[in-house]
Design a protein around this ligand. Structure first.
Ligand code: PLP
Length: 418
């Protein structure tokens, strides 16, 4: 019964250092967030000890009466949050949710059609080294080379030519909303299932600030740890017709024992996501991204060859276009890291630079909104980023401005360790 610091001082030091890093820097990786204390408490609880293969009321292990309550709460809450007929809350992560969703819909050798990874899609939508690219035939669609947006006329043309069995809407790096009704009608026209992966924008949907794909899709998957700000994990929603197939393709299809500490933490996150505080926060997420896009398209920045793909954003992230900048994606990521802002470099569609270097940055606002940032603070962050990317900036001065913001919004206040 010894504390971590005694049992394993090396790992305790990692936790301390990471908490310090999260507190002292500004987290702007679009897929990250800060799980609230309540979620962290559940994840660090005795629920981690429990085996519960199966589903509530139908387990292969005894002693599941309490974890059943937690899983049923998670299921009911997420169904209500998104207006879904059915939910499976067991996927360990987004990739497992996606593997199970595809396995429930189609067979190996069938064809999937999703947004190309190089144009903002996810690995699990058909990348050749991923299970999705190995098990299924892939016909990826791309963004339009002029507008950098998904063109639904072209998606339809390609779907008619390729006859995919599943059409996928969803992305990891795309700054605009998708037209779920158009995807549905194309899927119906070609006899495909329609799957939406809302991992990135699920929090915006929950807050009513983004169109909801659930009514239009056969199956919807999501992560819970991005805009939703819950534990690192996945979830599958769908029409009741797919319930049996999805359940059996999660367990025993993809997974063994569910992570009950994570499932209970999902229940907490879904409860919070239904609150007014959460809605207000998502509004600040969108406002922050809009402020950032505006600052990064101002004349002083574009003169330095920096701008924003599609000229703006409708969501929680901005894709910075560095194709005409002296800085490449790697250099820009390192530069922002040196001022205390964490982002990730990201290939832009049709990127002239190699994938490890890239000509873009993906910058997101969810984590800072969770930390409490509003328009005043996002205006200051946007100016720090713009000043850095223009080139020739005083890095120390920018780092001081970052530190001031970080201190103004303490993260997990009152906790010496976590
Ligand atoms: N789907 C999309 C659209 C994503 O962006 C991601 C993660 O980045 C995933 C799925 C996979 O989630 P995980 O990393 O939890 O496996």
């Amino acid at each position: 019964d010894q504390p971590l610091a005694e049992v394993d001082p090396e790992i305790a030091a990692v936790l301390d250092a990471e908490l310090g890093r999260q507190r002292d820097t500004l987290e702007m990786i679009a897929s990250e967030n800060f799980a609230p204390r309540s979620v962290l408490e559940v994840q660090g609880s005795v629920l981690t000890n429990k085996y519960a293969e199966g589903y509530p009321g139908r387990r292969y292990y005894g002693g599941c009466e309490h974890v059943d309550v937690a899983e049923n709460l998670a299921i009911e809450r997420v169904k209500n949050l998104f207006g879904a007929e059915f939910a499976n809350v067991q996927p360990h992560a987004g990739a497992q949710a996606n593997a199970a969703a595809l396995a429930a819909l189609i067979n190996p050798g069938d064809k999937i059609m999703g947004l190309s990874l190089a144009h903002g899609g996810h690995l699990t939508h058909g990348m050749k080294l991923n299970f999705s690219g190995k098990l299924y035939k892939v016909a990826a669609y791309e963004v339009d080379p002029q507008t950098f947006r998904v063109d639904m006329d072209k998606v339809r043309e390609q779907a008619l030519a390729e006859r995919p069995n599943v059409i996928i809407a969803g992305w990891s790096a795309y700054p605009r909303q998708l037209d779920f009704e158009a995807f549905r009608s194309i899927a119906d026209e070609v006899g495909a299932y329609f799957w939406t992966d809302m991992a990135h924008f699920a929090g915006l949907v929950a807050a009513g600030l983004h169109p909801n794909p659930v009514p239009h899709s056969d199956v919807v998957t999501s992560t819970v740890h991005k805009t939703l700000a819950g534990p690192r994990s996945g979830v599958i929603l769908g029409k009741q017709d797919f319930a049996k197939k999805i359940n059996s393709n999660v367990f025993p299809g993809q997974q063994g024992g569910p992570l009950m500490h994570v499932i209970a933490a999902k229940a907490v996150a879904f409860k919070i996501a239904g609150s007014q505080e959460f809605k207000d926060r998502q509004a600040r997420v969108l406002e922050g991204a809009r402020i950032l896009a505006e600052r990064l398209t101002a004349a002083d920045v574009t003169e330095a060859g920096v701008s924003v793909l599609t000229g703006g954003t409708d969501v929680h992230l901005v894709l910075v276009d560095l194709r005409n900048s002296e800085l490449d994606g790697q250099q820009a990521e390192d530069l922002l890291h040196s001022v205390g802002i964490t982002v990730n470099r990201n290939a832009v569609p049709f990127d002239p630079r190699p994938p490890m270097v890239t000509s873009g940055l993906r910058i997101g606002t969810p984590a800072l909104a969770t930390r409490g940032f509003g328009s005043t603070e996002f205006t200051e962050v946007a100016d720090i980023i713009a000043t850095a990317l223009k080139g020739g900036a005083d890095v120390e001065a920018l780092r001081t401005r970052v530190t001031k913001l970080a201190q103004q919004f303490p993260l997990y206040p009152g906790h010496e360790q976590w």
